[in-house]
Design a protein. Structure first.
Length: 147
């Protein structure tokens, strides 16, 4: 019996990695869209705060899924990005999807990469935040459309 459970668990975990990471469900997307998007931050970023730069995908045009996500972090000496402070929040309700990302990717002080991420068709917004070793916080709102 133990052996069968171990085989089943292994097969299940292999299937998880073979499929693209579903960042949000269709229900989460629809609920967020019904309320509206994330508010535009009114404050200016802290001087010297770390930078969050989305390298991939190009959100100026529709994003096909599954897609690769690559985010680069850079610090402002003497502060360095603190990977453990990284947060990814989705939509108007700011659903914390950080653990979903950490299930398939590792956050380093250089950034994060996800090879295959999937989202339902529609408009999406992510709020990425990061703090540096001096306590300075940076936030980046990313908006895009999945056809």
């Amino acid at each position: 019996m133990k052996h069968s459970l171990a085989i089943l668990a292994t097969m299940f975990s292999l299937n998880l990695h073979a499929q693209p990471l579903q960042l949000v469900s269709e229900e989460e997307m629809k609920a967020s869209a019904a309320v509206g998007g994330l508010p535009t931050p009114r404050s200016t970023p802290q001087a010297g705060a770390p930078r969050i730069e989305l390298l991939t995908p190009d959100v100026k045009k529709p994003v096909n899924v599954p897609t690769k996500i690559e985010v680069k972090f850079s610090g402002n000496p003497p502060g360095e990005p603190k990977p453990e402070s990284f947060k990814a929040l989705y939509g108007a309700f700011k659903i914390d999807i950080t653990q979903r990302l950490l299930g398939v990717a590792k956050v380093t002080k250089e950034g994060i990469q996800v090879t295959d991420a999937s989202l339902p068709s529609g408009k999406h917004q992510l709020l990425l935040s990061l703090t540096d070793t001096l306590g300075r916080e940076s936030q980046q709102v990313i908006s895009f459309i999945v056809p």
